[in-house]
Every structure is written in C-alpha cells, then in structure tokens.
Design a binder for this molecule. Structure first.
Ligand SMILES: NC(=O)c1ccc[n+]([C@@H]2O[C@H](COP(=O)([O-])OP(=O)(O)OC[C@H]3O[C@@H](n4cnc5c(N)ncnc54)[C@H](O)[C@@H]3O)[C@@H](O)[C@H]2O)c1
Length: 343
C-alpha cells in the first residue's frame, strides 16, 4: 500500500468523469481538505483536460493506466461505466493504489471475486459507493439499531424512485437490479446488521417504457428479501417519478421503528391559497449531496489510516448476490436462494 504522510492530503485520481465522476471530482478538488485531486482520466477526447484544468488538477489522461502509473496518485475514485469496473479495480490494485469504486463494483460475482482477490493481494483499501449508508437519516437509524433501541429487526423497507428522462436503448439488461436496487439491497443489509439474505422473490415490469419490454427493459420492480435472522425486507424501485428523485427507508423492530427520507429539497413549507407545499429534490446529487461527500471523506480517512473501509468488497458481493437472485427470480418466476447464485 502507498505510504501516506498523515499530515498531507491524499493524492487521488478520478477515473471516469461523466455525471457521477464530475461530482466526485469536484468533491476531491474543492470539498475535502484531506484529499488532493492530482489527476483525471477519461477516454472521451478532451473531457479529462477540460475538467482537470477547471479544478486545477495537475494531470489529465485519456488512458486510466497512465493514472495508475502516476507516482502522485495514492488512491483512485472509479466512476466509469459499470462494465469496466472490475478491470479498473484490478489494474489500480496491482499498481498499489487504494480504490473507491462506484457501485456496482462488478456485474458478475466471478468478476467481483477477481477484484476482491487483487485488492487483498495488494493490501490496498477498497470502498464501494453505497452512499446511502452515509446519509444522515440512514446513519441515525443504524445508530439506533447499534444502541439496541429498535430491538431485533422484523421488517425492512428500502425505496428508490429515479426522476426519469432515461434513454431505454442505453439501459443494459438487469440495470434495475445491478445498478439501482443494489443500493436498496445494501441498505436492507445495513439496517439488519450481522444478518445475511437467504432467499429472494422479485417481480418486475416495464411500466415507464412498455414498448421496450420485449427488448428486455425492466424499469419498475419489487423484491422481497428473506434474511437468516427471520427478518424480511422489501426493496422497490421505479425509473420515473413525476416529482423528482426520492429514496426512503424503514426498519421496524421489536423495540420500535425508524423511517428515513422524505425527498424534501429544503425544510421550507409554503402555505398559500391552495394549501401547503414543499419542494422535492430533482436529482440524486441534490438529495444526497452530503452523503456523496461523506463517503469520500470516509474513504480518504481509510487510505490515510490503512483501512479498513466502512463498506468494502464483501458488502459489494452480498448486495450483488441479491441482485443476481432477483434477476433470476423474475426470469424464472419463483423464489431463488442466495446459495443458488453465490456458488
Ligand atoms: N452512487 C450513486 O448514487 C450513483 C449515481 C449515478 C451513477 N453512479 C454510478 O457511477 C458510474 C458512472 O455513472 P455515470 O452516470 O457518471 O456515467 P456517465 O456515462 O455519465 O460517465 C461515465 C464516464 O466514464 C468514461 N469512461 C468510459 N469508459 C471508461 C474507462 N474504461 N475508464 C475510465 N473512464 C471511462 C466516459 O467517457 C464517461 O465520461 C456507474 O457505475 C453508475 O452506476 C452511482
């Protein structure tokens, strides 16, 4: 692992600077005193140069391998499309760089094992982008669980509503499970500490873009997850909500219940002739801005101290196994055990 001087900011390279990467890059450059953005790598011509110049990052590359070979880079933040994640994690780890990787860390369990093995062999830090764990409501619910206030979890719920506006021709098969609900699967595990999923039953459809159903699009789904401590979780998602971006959660235990998230953009309530209204958040980066910054702060701290990361490769694997079971459950219209997909 790179030796990090505890007094100096951690040198981080951004790998992939699209919609999510641009937000992370800005965080590394401007929002986190413990990090220094030292390079941006993106194969799209001109993209890395433009962003690096705007943020004052000293290096811009079109090939991520150049960033992995840069001695100023101690750690990388990967926000490339999901299909590239495994190879990028492996290459970064083999170059001795710690890795923060956006979810999903891989699209198959075999690939994820390859990434986890490379990270272990290199003894670097791996953190995955399950940002909901870092949102204040979710962190507060987990604190109640850890203090025993909620007792034993019995029922769990995690909900994602995306704002829509997607191009169905750009949505790979099973995206709703692998890339959207994977947040909810991780959240269910986060809210049921120490328990693991054993069986999954899912139903899904194309209700936003019905014309694409025959071509394999699923844009609306409900997934039931049975855990080994007897608790049952429900995860549900839809790619289009008329009112914006909305994530919510609930944990109901023997000692009480915690509910998380209300989709509000601000705390302001407008009262007028037609009644009372609140503004809703329109994007993930608007609703969960603080969580995106907090997860990178935790990563930088893990790199500085030598880890472990608060949410790592095994968490990514457990959530991906639920995603794989959910996709198979829809295809075969039956409950699917985790043992069936995780072997
Ligand atoms: N945690 C969250 O809430 C959240 C939200 C949005 C996106 N994401 C994740 O972030 C990742 C990126 O999503 P996005 O919406 O920013 O995509 P995007 O298409 O907007 O950006 C991807 C960028 O990666 C670049 N790229 C392509 N191949 C590359 C490679 N081999 N190496 C490096 N860069 C490469 C592209 O040129 C592009 O600039 C996805 O895994 C997605 O699931 C997470």
């Amino acid at each position: 692992m790179s030796q990090v001087d505890s007094g100096s900011p951690v040198g981080v390279a951004l790998i992939g600077s699209g919609r999510m990467g641009a937000y992370h890059g800005e965080t590394l450059a401007q929002r986190l005193p413990g990090a220094r953005l030292v390079a941006v790598a993106d194969p799209a011509p001109g993209t890395a140069e433009k962003l690096a110049a705007g943020w004052g990052a000293p290096a811009a590359y079109t090939d991520p391998a150049q960033a992995f070979g840069d001695p100023a880079v101690e750690a990388v933040v990967i926000a490339a499309p999901a299909r590239f994640h495994t190879d990028l994690i492996v290459a970064a780890a083999q170059a001795g760089k710690s890795v923060f990787c956006e979810k999903p860390a891989a699209l198959s369990l075999g690939d994820l094992d390859r990434a986890i093995d490379a990270v272990r062999a290199a003894a670097v830090v791996l953190q995955v982008g399950f940002n909901r764990r870092f949102a204040p409501d979710w962190a507060a619910a987990r604190a109640l669980l850890d203090r025993g206030v909620l007792g034993t979890p019995r029922l769990l719920r995690s909900v994602t509503r995306d704002p829509g506006g997607f191009d169905p021709s750009w949505v790979p098969a099973d995206t709703i499970f692998n890339e959207t609900l994977i947040h909810d699967f991780d959240t269910l595990r986060f809210l049921n500490p120490g328990a693991e999923a054993v069986e999954v039953y899912a139903t899904a459809d194309a209700l936003v873009e019905p014309a694409w159903k025959d071509r394999g699009l699923l844009d609306t789904a409900v997934v039931t997850v049975k855990f080994d401590n007897g608790a049952t979780g429900i995860a549900e998602a839809c790619f289009q909500a008329a009112y914006g971006y909305d994530v919510r959660g609930e944990v109901f235990g023997s000692g009480g219940m915690a509910t998380m998230g209300d989709g509000r953009a601000t705390g302001m309530v407008f009262s007028g002739a037609t009644g009372r209204a609140i503004d809703t958040a329109r994007s993930d980066q608007e609703l969960l801005a603080g969580a995106y910054v907090a997860e990178l702060a935790a990563f930088v701290e893990a790199v500085r101290t030598g880890g472990p990361a608060p949410v790592g490769g095994e968490d990514a694997r457990a959530a991906l196994a639920i995603a794989k079971a959910a996709a198979r459950s829809v295809r075969e219209n039956r409950p699917v055990t985790i043992a069936e997909v995780a072997r």
